[in-house]
Design a protein around this ligand. Structure first.
Ligand SMILES: Nc1nc2c(ncn2[C@@H]2O[C@H](COP(=O)(O)OP(=O)(O)OP(=O)(O)O)[C@@H](O)[C@H]2O)c(=O)[nH]1
Ligand SMILES: C[S@@+](CC[C@H](N)C(=O)[O-])C[C@H]1O[C@@H](n2cnc3c(N)ncnc32)[C@H](O)[C@@H]1O
Ligand code: SF4
Ligand code: SF4
Length: 323
């Protein structure tokens, strides 16, 4: 369905849980966030019903996120049920990768198309510092498993902050030379815990400049995605590189998405705080057609662009929105 700014909205990001086994400094406070009660979270069959309704307004790609989507029980069953939706073209997943090794084969078999895996450092001790508890070896096992079972292209999400991990930009670029991985450098957004984390913004032009000084980049258009990244091939490399510059060069003019939070709110935009309580309508007995009209209303409320320069005054943190 087209929105008021002639953008085709065909992609739904579903946060299937607000829980996470990690506490990445730019995403969540150390103590975590107050979690929703069991009854407040959408049940798996409710997620499938809402996804089916979303298909009626032209959604044909779904990404599961969170929180950490792989801590949700029965995530494989959810993927299997979603994969049965006749007009769905793709189901993908954004994960921290720590539980992926044990689930990759089952997820692939259930119908998952591909995974994006978050990894902000290649250093063991720094990984534990950034995530406040994670074990980097488990992420690498997840990456290897994803490649082995064909959850490809495997994309690695690297949020870059000055003085935090920017000394590893070239190490990540080298990874794109050596491995069949798509490495995406992401500008830090001032959402949720980011401001209080002490992490400081590094503009994409600087990140890209540092890479290009060593590794020549050629524009790449054939990567299967309409997402926010601008992509490049690294001359002579096995992988590729993408840049997600949400602040310095935002991509809102080609926005294609809606978000559904774990507690059943539709968010027309990552940044704006306007939310529609679609869970309330679902539990009050709305028909699929009525639910589809709520999705259509969310599309009609999409803003032209974000205003992250105004900072963040909302109660939600990134893990509650799904990124
Ligand atoms: N500003 C903004 N950032 C987004 C949006 N969608 C995703 N991001 C950010 O982009 C980064 C990567 O997100 P992913 O979950 O991997 O999703 P994606 O980049 O859309 O995925 P692909 O379909 O593989 O391109 C995260 O930091 C997200 O918060 C968006 O609509 N607006
Ligand atoms: C909120 S996480 C949820 C999925 C999963 N737990 C993971 O980490 O991939 C989704 C994405 O948002 C990114 N993210 C979180 N906070 C961010 C921020 N302040 N700015 C930019 N990206 C952020 C994460 O790095 C991750 O790639
Ligand atoms: S970025 Fe993902 S893994 Fe890290 S705390 Fe947020 S939700 Fe958890
Ligand atoms: S910030 Fe909002 S309008 Fe911009 S790309 Fe993200 S969801 Fe779309």
């Amino acid at each position: 369905m087209e929105d008021h700014f002639s953008r085709q909205i065909n992609y739904l990001r579903i946060a299937i849980t607000d829980r996470c086994n990690l506490r990445c400094r730019y995403c969540m406070p150390a103590a975590g966030v107050p979690l929703k009660g069991h009854d407040d979270i959408l049940r798996l069959e409710e997620i499938v019903t809402l996804a089916r309704a979303a298909m009626r307004i032209g959604i044909n790609r779904i990404r599961l996120t969170g929180g950490e989507p792989l801590v949700r029980k029965n995530v494989v069953t959810l993927v299997r049920e979603l994969a049965k939706l006749p007009t769905l073209k793709e189901i993908s997943l954004t994960t921290n990768g720590t539980f992926l090794a044990g689930l990759a084969a089952a997820l692939k078999e259930a119908g998952l198309s591909r995974v994006n895996i978050s990894l902000d450092t290649l250093q063991k001790d720094r990984y534990r510092y950034i995530t406040r508890r994670g074990n980097i070896a488990s992420v690498w096992q997840g990456i290897r498993a994803a490649l082995a079972v064909g959850l490809t292209p495997v994309k690695i999400n690297v949020v870059v902050a000055r003085g935090f991990n920017d000394d590893e930009i070239l190490d990540f670029a080298r990874l794109a030379m050596e491995e069949p991985l798509h490495i995406r450098f992401i500008e830090l957004m001032p959402i949720g815990a980011a401001a209080a984390s002490g992490c400081s913004f590094l503009p994409m032009a600087e990140i890209k400049g540092r890479i290009e000084a060593v590794y020549p980049l050629e524009p790449l258009t054939d990567l299967a995605t309409n997402g926010p990244a601008v992509n490049f091939r690294v001359a002579g490399g096995r992988g590729s590189i993408g840049f997600i510059s949400a602040i310095s060069e935002h991509f809102c003019n080609r926005c294609n998405r809606l978000r559904l939070t774990a507690d059943g709110k539709l968010r027309p935009c990552l940044y704006w705080d306007g939310e529609i309580d679609i869970k309330g309508a679902l539990r009050a007995g709305a028909t699929e057609e009525e639910l589809a009209s709520i999705f259509a209303r969310a599309v009609s409320l999409k803003p032209a662009e974000h205003h992250m320069e105004r900072g963040w005054r909302q109660a939600r943190v990134m893990s509650q929105i799904g990124g």
